[in-house]
Ligand binder design. Structure first.
Ligand code: HEC
Length: 125
């Protein structure tokens, strides 16, 4: 009997936590995108930049998990705003070209949200 009650209690707690988490994710995205940040990464970025954003020398893709969320946000800003190179001063020619294709396919994303996600990958390394 006691065991049954605690199982129900645990299930309830898990459900509450799950609901709280998914609610938070939605709040982080102000503009509405076709996919969530994680979905965009897994459906698109992952094939070139790797499971943990570690990069792939064979494809000449840089690591995305080697900087802070703030620095990442600046690089993402450059990539998304084609050719400005305002903040990082690095060359993003290929990626800017990709970006248009990605947007066309519905893989647009919120910069801050993506930067947060990528910096989370750093911790999992
Ligand atoms: C078709 C392969 C490909 C896909 C898909 C791709 N990238 Fe890239 N990305 C590259 C290559 C190649 C570079 C390096 C050359 C360049 O920046 O143009 C790059 C560079 C970058 C950079 C600059 C990194 C630096 O060190 O300055 C960022 C940021 C980036 N990608 C983010 C993303 C995100 C976010 C996605 C998913 C929405 C994504 N990329 C999807 C190939 C890809």
């Amino acid at each position: 009997m006691i065991k049954q009650i605690s199982t129900i209690a645990l299930a309830t707690i898990a459900l509450v936590l799950l609901t709280a988490c998914s609610g938070g994710e939605k709040a982080a995205e102000v503009k509405t995108y076709k996919y969530t940040t994680v979905q965009v990464y897994e459906k698109s970025c992952i094939k070139c930049h790797g499971k943990f954003g570690e990069g792939n020398p064979a494809k000449k893709t840089p690591a995305l998990n080697d900087r802070s969320a703030g620095e990442m946000a600046q690089d993402l800003y450059d990539v998304k705003n084609g050719g400005t190179n305002q903040s990082s001063g690095t060359d993003h020619e290929i990626m800017e070209h990709n970006m248009q294709k990605l947007v066309d396919q519905g893989f647009d994303y919120d910069i801050d949200s993506m930067a947060e996600f990528l910096s989370y990958l750093v911790k999992k390394k």
